[in-house]
Design a protein around this ligand. Structure first.
Ligand code: PLP
Length: 411
C-alpha cells in the first residue's frame, strides 16, 4: 500500500519518474490497433501549450442569454463556436449543446432531456444488444426501469423488422426513448437511422411520444467525411440529440466529447442562482482549454482535412483486408464507410490469438450477440489516423505468422 506522502517531493525527482514513463511509452506499440485512441493533433497540443496554465473554467452553458463571462475566466466563446460548427456538420438548425467529458456523459444528457420531456408517463427505452454499456448505466442512474432490447443482425445493425413488430404489438407504453448507434464499439457497424426515424414517425401519428438519441461516440468524426450523403443526424426530423467523441477520430486529447440537442428539448432545467444561468451541463466546472483545443482542431483541419484523414484510414483498412485475405482465412464484419472492423481467425479456433499478441496490440476478444455459442472469438481493429504502412505491415506479418504456426501445431 502506498501511504499518503508525509512530505513533498522535489520537482527534479518527479521529473525523473515522468521521464521514465515517457521512455517506456516510446519503446512500446504506442497506439495499439485494438483501441480507439490516436495521436493528439498539433493544433490541439498548441492550445494546451498556451492555455493550460491559465486553468480556464468553462462553467455554464453557451446558449444562455446571459453574458458568457462568468468570473471572466472562461473560454465559452470558443465553445460556442465549436457548437455552431458541429451543428452545421451534423446538418442541424436550432440545436445547442456543450463540450462533455465523453460519450458516457453525452448519453447521460440525451437520456436526461428525454426523461424531462416524458415526465412520469410510461416510458420504455429501446436499444440493441450491441449497444455500449454506458446506456445501461445511464438508464440505471436515471431510473429507467423498462427496456426493450432489439437484436442485431449479422451485419451488426438493429433488426428493423423486430423494432417494427415491437411498435405494432405494444400496448403498454406511452413514450418511446430509442437509442441508435452510429459506430458500435466492437464491430464498427451502424444502425440504419433513417429507417428507425421512419418507424418513429409512424408512431407519432398514433399519438405516442418519442425521443431519438444517436450515440455517435465512435463514428461521429468518420461518417460525415466518408459518406456525407448518408442520413443519420439532425437532417432527420425525428433525431432529438446526438453525442460524439472528439478524442477518437477527431484526434483530440481527452476530454473532448460533444453533446448536441434540439433547443426545444431543453426543458425543465433549473436556474442556478450563484452562476446566474440554467443548469444545462452535467458537470459544473469544465476545462476551458478543452474547448480551445476543440476549436483549434476544427479550424486546423476543416472539412477537407478531416476528409483526407478519414480517407487515409479507410485506405489502410482496405489494404489490411486485401492482404489478410491473401495470407489466411478470416471472418470479417465490415461496414464500408467505417474505420473499424471485427475479425475472426478460423485457423486459431476458439482460443483465438496468443495472450502475447493480444497484449501487444491491445486486442480484446469478443463474441457478437448474433454468434452461436462456442464459436471463434472476434477482435475489433481500429484504423486510426496515426497508422502508417510500416506498422500495418508488421501487424499483418505477426497475425499471419501466428495463424500459420497454430495450424502447424494442430497437424
Ligand atoms: C458507442 C460508444 N458509446 C459511448 C462510449 C463511451 O464514451 P466515453 O468512453 O468517451 O465515455 C463509447 C466508448 O468507446 C462508445 O464506443
Amino acid at each position: 500500500m502506498t501511504d499518503f506522502p508525509k512530505k513533498g517531493t522535489s520537482l527534479k525527482k518527479i521529473q525523473t519518474q515522468l521521464q521514465r514513463l515517457e521512455r517506456s511509452w516510446e519503446s512500446c506499440e504506442k497506439f495499439p490497433f485494438g483501441s480507439v485512441i490516436t495521436k493528439p493533433n498539433p493544433a490541439a497540443l498548441l492550445a494546451y501549450k498556451h492555455l493550460l496554465e491559465s486553468n480556464y473554467n468553462n462553467i455554464g452553458f453557451v446558449a444562455n442569454p446571459q453574458k458568457p463571462s462568468i468570473h471572466g475566466t472562461n473560454l465559452l466563446r470558443f465553445e460556442a463556436k465549436v457548437i455552431t460548427m458541429m451543428q452545421n456538420l451534423y446538418r442541424g438548425k436550432n440545436c445547442t449543446g456543450y463540450i462533455t467529458s465523453g460519450g458516457t456523459e453525452g448519453n447521460l444528457m440525451g437520456l436526461l432531456l428525454a426523461r424531462n420531456k416524458f415526465k412520469n408517463a410510461k416510458t420504455v427505452v429501446i436499444y440493441s444488444d450491441l449497444t455500449h454499456y454506458s446506456i445501461d448505466k445511464v438508464c440505471n442512474i436515471l431510473g429507467f426501469k423498462k427496456r426493450k432490447i432489439i437484436k442485431v443482425d449479422k451485419k451488426g445493425q438493429m433488426k428493423i423488422s423486430h423494432l417494427e413488430k415491437f411498435f405494432k404489438e405494444d400496448k403498454k407504453y406511452d413514450n418511446y426513448l430509442v437509442i441508435a448507434t452510429v459506430g458500435y464499439t466492437t464491430t464498427g457497424t451502424a444502425d440504419n437511422v433513417s429507417k428507425i426515424a421512419k418507424i418513429i414517425k409512424k408512431q407519432k401519428k398514433n399519438g405516442k411520444k418519442s425521443y431519438l438519441h444517436i450515440d455517435a461516440a465512435t463514428a461521429g468524426f468518420v461518417l460525415p467525411f466518408s459518406n456525407p450523403n448518408l442520413k443519420w443526424d439532425f437532417c432527420l426530423k425525428e433525431v432529438d440529440s446526438l453525442t460524439v467523441d472528439g478524442h477518437k477520430a477527431g484526434m483530440l486529447p481527452y476530454p473532448a466529447g460533444l453533446f448536441l440537442a434540439r433547443k426545444k428539448n431543453y426543458s425543465q432545467l433549473k436556474k442556478i442562482g450563484y452562476i446566474g444561468q440554467i443548469d444545462a451541463t452535467f458537470l459544473g466546472a469544465r476545462p476551458g482549454v478543452a474547448a480551445a483545443a476543440f476549436y483549434a482542431t476544427l479550424i486546423y483541419y476543416g472539412f477537407e482535412g478531416f476528409k483526407k484523414s478519414v480517407k487515409r484510414c479507410l485506405k489502410m483498412k482496405c489494404l489490411f483486408l486485401e492482404k489478410m485475405k491473401k495470407e489466411t482465412s478470416t471472418d470479417i464484419i465490415d461496414c464500408k464507410q467505417m474505420n473499424a472492423i471485427a475479425i475472426s481467425f478460423p485457423k486459431l479456433g476458439k482460443s483465438g490469438l496468443s495472450k502475447k499478441t493480444e497484449e501487444k496490440y491491445s486486442l480484446i476478444k469478443n463474441h457478437p450477440p448474433f454468434q452461436q455459442k462456442n464459436q471463434n472469438p472476434f477482435y475489433t481493429i481500429y484504423f486510426m489516423p496515426h497508422l502508417n504502412q510500416k506498422n500495418l505491415n508488421k501487424f499483418i506479418k505477426e497475425l499471419t505468422k501466428e495463424c500459420r504456426s497454430k495450424r502447424k501445431c494442430k497437424q
